[in-house]
Design a protein around this ligand. Sequence first.
Ligand SMILES: [Zn+2]
Length: 441
Amino acid sequence: MGAVNTEVAGVLERIDALRDELVDTIVRAVRIPSVNPKYPGQVYDDVVGGEGEVSRLMAEVYRALGADVDLFAIEPGRENAVGTLRGAGGGRSLIFNGHVDVVPPGDPAAWTSGDPFSAKVEDNRIWGRGSTDMKSGILAQAFAARALGEAGVRLAGDLILESVVGEEVMDHECGVTATIERGYRADAAVVSEPSAPPSPLAVVPVSPGLLWFSVTVPGRASHASMRGQTIRAGGAGAAVGVNAIDKGFLVFTALRALEEEWGLTKQHPLFPPGHFTIHPGVVTGGPHGVLVPFFISEFMTIEYCVWYSPLDDPEDVKREIEAQIDRAADADLWLRENRPQVEWKLHWPANTPEADEITEAVCSAHETACEGTAFAGRPDVVGFAAVEDATFLTLGGVPAISYGPGDLRVAHAPDEYVDIDEVVAATKTFAVLAMSWCGLA
Ligand SMILES: [Zn+2]
């Protein structure tokens, strides 16, 4: 045990010594605008390539630390980088995974910190799109592996470093799932997504599921001046016209009620009360053609994003939502005959790995690595607020959890940043974890 403690101390010292180089490498990575080319609003051909450029940078880092590097793409310009550090034998294997793609920066004028890809270092933070989500995470993992080597530590089990594309649009076939299909598997995986809130460097063994659907309600067009005829007692009603927007709000209200019910009924020990929601994110409606209020509207569409509990079966969740829409429709004369149309557009499954061992290993690695720092003590163990690639590692047979520097509250937002002390602390945890999980040669 004494020998191990000495080795840990040596590795942690190496990481402190590498701090400036770690920051410089994150800065290089953030300066590459690796916007996901399939993100809504992007022109694929104009944007593709940034991801591959970050992966090539990661491959260079992996190669320099002595890993066998595999750079491969499912779509040109969208390379994934995998670096394998073969263990001496006899230990458990571990995957460190993260994604190289970022979401678009949005309106640059909203960035008070300057250009979204300048990667300014100020106030002990690295600013810029991708700093938190999640170039710091993949480089913390790589520098952990580098520090092990430089401190003379050889692992017993294999350590596999992965930087993958496509995460931001669930394009897992091009990214994380492609690594599984290429044969990269391990006894566990840790994805270095930003794992705050509620606290920096929380341990995240579970994530909710995500469903995206739209519901469209039909109306019947007429001149807007006929509104009285269509809604007042004694008028001609639906024979003259039906305003789809009025009918759409019946569905909206019904789903709002179901969401309130979920606040009371959907509980999970690792999520705050009320986390599981039915979020109406986009509403469109009006006459077909030009959007002016001088017609009785012909359609209303609401787009919903559903965050469902990892304890729930997604098919049950879909049935529950459709049943609620049906009840709203059954209670209305027009909708009874002109049913709302539901279209399910995306399903990102929940992550529910059998991962008690790796979760405990990350917690105790954090305690060892962060002793005497601002992050000292037992980390919070919580559910992830959003969805991420850990799901697809778990579905691919590698139990995956998340832990990493950064905060979801600044990810996808203007003025994204990451705290440098947090990045260093995460790097130390990853190094100690690799030693305890994979064992020493
Ligand atoms: Zn992410």
